[in-house]
Structures are given as C-alpha cells and as structure tokens.
Write a protein that binds this ligand. Sequence first.
Ligand code: BGC
Length: 366
Amino acid sequence: MELRIRRLLTMFVMLALFFVALGCEKMDRSLGPEGKPVQNTSFLQDEEATSKEEKIKIGFSMDTLEEERWLRDRALFKAAVESLGAEVEILAANGDDALQVLQAETLISQGVDLLVVVPHNAEAAATIVKKAHLAGIKVLSYDRLIKNAEIDLYVSFDNERVGELQAEAITKIVPKGKYVYIGGADTDNNAHLFKKGVFHVLQPLIDKGDITVVYDQWTKNWLPSNAYANMQEALIANEGKIDAVIAANDATAGMAIEALMETGLAGKIPVAGQDAELAAAQRIVEGTQTMTVYKPIPTLAEEAARLAVAMARGEFIDTDRKVNNGKVEVPSVLLPPIAVNRSNMDETVIADGFHSKVDVYKGETR
Ligand code: BGC
C-alpha cells in the first residue's frame, strides 16, 4: 500500500515537472512583434548581469602623470585591461608617497582583485604591498620595482640595458673626454639600474684614463628643473669644458640641453636621454640631442594587463626571469629597450606609430 502511494506521488511529481518544462519551452519560443518566434533572452541578460558583477577589477596606482610616457601607459593599460573583459580603477599620486599609500588603500577597500603599482618611492611602497596582501590581493610592480617587499610579479624593461645603450652610443662618438651624468630620482630603483648600465660601459674607459666623469648627480623627483640646475652646476664647476652628457631620461636631457644652449654648447656635444618622448625625437632630428632609448610602452602595458588579469583569475604565471628586490626573488618579465638616433628614427619610433613622421619632423617630411 505504502509503495503504491509512493509510486503515485512520484508519477504526480514527474507529470508536474513535465508541464513546467513545457511551459518554459513555450515561453522561450513566444512570438515577436512581427509574429516570428523569438528566443527568450532574459536568461542571457541575467548571465550578463552576473558576469558584470563578477568582472575582474584591477587597481592601478601610479606615481605621476608628469612625463609624456605615463599618460600613454595609463591609456594603453586601461584599454588592454578592458579588452580582456576586466575593468580598472586608476589613481595617480603626483609624486607624493603618503598620497600613493592612501590611494592604494582606497583601491584595496574598493575590492580590487589585484593591484598594479608604479611606485614613486621604491622602499616606501613596501607598505602598499603589505596592506594589499593582508586583504588577500596580489601586487604587480609596473615598470619600477618595489624594494624589500614580497611582490608577486614585476613587469618592466631591461633597465640596466637602457643605461648600457646610452653609454655605448655616446662613447662611440666621444671615446675620450669629460662626461657629465645627470641621474634620475634616487628614490626610483630604475634610476639606479640606468646608472649601473651606464657605468658598466664607462668603467673600463675610466680605468684606462680615457674618460673622466666630472659631474654625477641624482635629479630629485625626476624634476626637469632640478636637472637644469644640475647641468648649470656642472658647467660652472668645469668652466664649460665638458665633452658629453648622459641624462637618465628625455625630460632631464631636455633641460640639460636648455642649459647647454645658454653657453652655446647645444648641438656641439652629444647628449643621451631615454623614453623617446616627442620633444626628444624632435631634438634628435634637429641635432641638439644625440640619442634616446625607446621603450615600446604598448608592449609593456599590454603584457602587464594580460598578466594582471590572469593572476587575478588565479592563474599560475610562469616567468623565466627573477629579480632580487632585497627581500625575495621576484618573478619578472623584462622587455628589451631600443637605442634610437637620427639614422634609425624612421624605422623604429615612427614605423611603430609611437610618433608620427609629421610630428617628429614638425611637418618637414622628407
Ligand atoms: C621610467 C622612465 C621615466 C622616469 C621618470 C622611470 O622609472 O622608467 O621611463 O622617464 O621614471 O618618470
């Protein structure tokens, strides 16, 4: 008896389920405005809403938007993250350490899935890493290395190579003589790597007595005005007797050239920079700057975005390089920089569409 009741109940439930399924099917095939059957897509909208809710969110904490390149980094990184179906929140700290920590805290509290940081200060930014990790958020160091912190990934260029390329280019033109080195910001690990690369090439020539470095100073906060003051100081201290200048980036090179102009030396002695900024490319074709180092920012931004989103999704990132940051061996991706002078401007920076030919040659295309 009991069994019969159970069977009857089962049959009843199955019949009920059958009619519910039939109803759903009917609803999905309802008629559209033109009398044609339309697919019910409400479930797709629901799915979309859920995937929107679950969209990976990347936080991008930037030091500055001062140099031309950082605006490019910002736009390209945003576009790359979005093209991967994720979203990004970007904040820039105007070179202020405390503000950068505060902004990173804001991003963490907004619930980002991963934090990408361009540190203003390599050491101070370790606080950001600690705070992110406490919240279970991984950190990718972008372009500049965060020191003494357990960062999860570092994506940059081979920055030591940047310095080597500068010194290789200048020593070819001036194998003997008095050199001025205008460094970057002491607080930026990259500035140390650029300098290491430069001196890697200069040292054997210094040891031989062919080259003397008559001036060597950092440029506080990478400020071009400080680079100008440095160059003036170098000129005064050496009574204008200088044979070559290596500046850590194009913004500092630009102001060093301003100072050289005032003493009639611009265009007479070689100057190296870095970043392939438009103004630098123009100075190169005009002849006041000798070379720059071109770092294809689109590649950096796209690579960093791809890795950031993958890491946020919990994927394992395999890199073939490791960089020691004083605390850990950081898995790293280091992209190759390219030396650019007047003779390869067209086939590098211009061919890549980094700058247009019209802009570089100021309309005088040949
Ligand atoms: C970057 C350079 C930049 C400089 C100043 C460095 O860390 O690698 O490309 O010119 O910072 O912002």
